[in-house]
Design a protein around this ligand. Structure first.
Ligand SMILES: [Zn+2]
Length: 372
């Protein structure tokens, strides 16, 4: 049988390369790594398979089918909708097993980690990624440590604890927590949703699904809530691969929306900055994208620019209005997910748009009352 190529790691800063079967999570220069991977697959073969994200097995960097850690997730529905008077597509990413799109990344990353025989991992997250990685670690019987900010929403912390992960509460900014997690990971494996390239090769399945569900074509533009950029970057990788294979001709315009309470990427994009600006983070109801220093910021800006996309900033009132508009249409999502819809109102072009609804409102429990 033809053995799948697993690609290789490349450091985007110093250019060093590594075998992708090495158990490493950073370059010797200290930077995160990318996975250079070129999938090969036949559409017809895929179309006959079960409707989960694992139907794209040939496009995923896992060698053996027996390594997959899966709850049969993915292939989330796409709805045609009309919100704020605009026709658009919605992809219901909150219907994943743990309630957010992060399961795409976790399923693929934890499968790879299982294949590499890693037994203990570390992650830092404000909630959704932590819950997701904990669930898949539980299924794979991998010991999992989650570093969380002190004020992280309680329902999400309970979810993480139910999956049996160990919680480490850290005081300070998100960046400080990430730093603590990396220190802790010195002797362990850092399974971070923002650092680990296998996670992005999971979120890229979003692009594959969108494309297949629309009849093997891409929409003109996609609007994402933007913090660490895990879904936007994964989509970029996915659409780029689909273009390389020859299934689509062009990558959609990738549009990111940030909360004005924390919008370093918005500023870097519009002010053409060479460095991320130092910003003072204010409190926002979109806590899932409150990231002052997204580690892959250069890649995010590149993906947005290259696809003719843009970065938009919205304020709390606008996010709240979008959240209510979704509710009025029977869609119960967390405020972070409403950010993309809030951004839609600032787009003039009458292009064909798709918005992922990334996380369930059920995850915030009683806290949703505050937004009524
Ligand atoms: Zn390097």
């Amino acid at each position: 049988m033809h053995k799948k190529s697993m690609g290789h790691f490349l450091c985007p800063v110093c250019g060093r390369e590594y075998d992708s079967d090495e158990i490493i999570w950073k370059c010797t220069c200290g930077n995160f790594l990318d996975l250079i991977y070129h999938p090969e697959f036949k559409r017809r073969k895929i179309e006959q398979r079960e409707k989960t994200l694992w139907r794209y097995f040939e496009a995923l960097p896992v060698s053996e089918k027996s390594s997959t850690v899966s709850f049969k997730e993915g292939f989330t529905p796409i709805l045609r909708s009309n919100l704020f008077g605009r026709d658009l597509f919605l992809k219901l990413e909150f219907l994943f097993p743990t309630g957010s799109f992060k399961d795409r990344g976790s399923s693929v990353m934890i499968s790879k980690i299982k294949e590499l025989r890693v037994k203990e991992i570390v992650e830092d997250s404000s909630g959704n990624a932590g819950a997701s990685i904990s669930a898949y670690s539980a299924k794979a019987k991998i010991k999992c440590h989650i570093f969380v900010p002190e004020g992280a929403p309680e329902p999400k912390l309970s979810q993480i604890q139910f999956y049996g992960a160990e919680i480490h509460r850290i005081r300070g900014s998100r960046d400080k927590i990430a730093e603590e997690a990396r220190k802790f990971a010195k002797k362990l494996y850092y399974a971070s949703h923002s650092w680990n390239p296998f996670f992005l090769h999971g979120t890229k399945t979003f692009a594959y699904e969108v494309c297949e569900q629309l009849g093997w074509r891409a929409p003109e533009a996609i609007i994402f809530p933007l913090g660490n950029g895990t879904l936007l970057l994964g989509s970029y990788i996915g659409f780029d691969e689909l273009r390389e294979i020859g299934i689509i001709e062009e990558i959609p315009r990738l549009i990111g929306v940030q909360s004005s309470a924390c919008n370093p990427l918005f500023r870097a994009f519009h002010e053409n900055l060479e460095k991320l600006p130092e910003i003072e983070v204010r409190k926002t109801i979109a806590d899932g994208i409150s990231v002052a220093k997204p580690v892959r910021w250069k890649q995010i800006l590149k993906a947005v620019k290259e696809t003719g996309g843009e970065i938009i900033s919205v304020d709390e009132e606008e996010i709240l209005e979008a959240l209510k508009e979704l509710g009025r249409n029977g869609l119960y999502v967390e405020p972070t997910s409403a950010v993309a819809l809030a951004g839609l109102r600032k787009i003039e072009d009458r292009e064909e748009l798709l918005i992922p609804l990334t996380g369930s409102g059920l995850k915030l429990g009683e806290r949703m009352k505050e937004f009524l």
